[in-house]
Design a protein around this ligand. Structure first.
Ligand SMILES: [Fe+2]
Ligand SMILES: [Fe+2]
Length: 221
């Protein structure tokens, strides 16, 4: 079975991820680097592990999380679908069983809120992990005046911390966010992340869980 260390050390994976980051930076979007991939990989695995899923499913979720944004090396538009096909090719070359590679492909192809839906446990965990990673370090534009920054940068800049917790007994997956409300309001957060939170809720339901959102200690969902 393919392991995370082999995947991360692969030259083709590294080249594609480096090029994805270059394209996203050129477009002026928030950071989609190996930091984001690493966190999404870890959180995707953590969700399924906490829900007592078998280790093989946890590993597939970690792999899907690590590769989920590689389509950005082709074009931001439809990056979920293009990245899914790229990932299938890479994983089968690395010796992964075709059914497992197809599971990862399906999860990656469904991670984006525009067309994606939770279609498997791996896909659901990936959606929740990806939408949960909001942090000020993801802002790449050089902001000299926060009030003039676009809303995406402003909301990300305001987030001091975000993390997920999973209560497997109560079946609740919670996204905790700490926002500096001097930089953006909770409404600003919802304005840009409403679709992502809706998709996260559907993903949690797929895992037979409730999705909860806590911002600055207040439960909003
Ligand atoms: Fe993405
Ligand atoms: Fe992502």
């Amino acid at each position: 079975m393919l392991d995370m260390a082999t995947l991360k050390a692969d030259k083709e994976v590294d080249a594609i991820m480096t090029m994805s980051e270059k394209q996203i930076e050129a477009l002026g979007f928030t950071e989609h680097s190996k930091r984001h991939s690493g966190i999404v990989s870890k959180w995707s695995g953590d969700i399924l592990r906490s829900l007592k899923e078998p280790p093989e499913r946890v590993l597939l979720a970690e792999i899907a999380g690590y590769l989920h944004d590689i389509g950005n090396c082709i074009n931001r538009k439809d990056h979920a679908q293009s990245g899914a096909i790229l990932a299938y090719k890479i994983l089968t070359r690395l010796g992964m069983d075709s059914t497992d590679a197809a599971e990862v492909m399906m999860a990656i192809g469904n991670h984006d809120e525009q067309y994606g839906l939770p279609v498997s446990d791996i896909s659901a965990a990936l959606i929740i992990a990806d939408k949960g990673d909001v942090h000020k370090s993801r802002v790449k534009n050089n902001i000299t005046n926060v009030s003039l920054a676009n809303i995406h940068d402003r909301v990300n800049l305001a987030v001091e911390r975000s993390f997920l917790t999973v209560d497997d007994k109560e079946r609740v997956i919670t996204l905790h966010i700490e926002i500096d409300t001097h930089i953006c309001s909770v409404m600003d957060y919802f304005e840009i992340y409403f679709n992502r939170m809706q998709l996260s809720r559907r993903a949690a339901e797929f895992l037979n869980c409730k999705f909860s959102l806590i911002i600055n200690g207040t439960t909003l969902l």
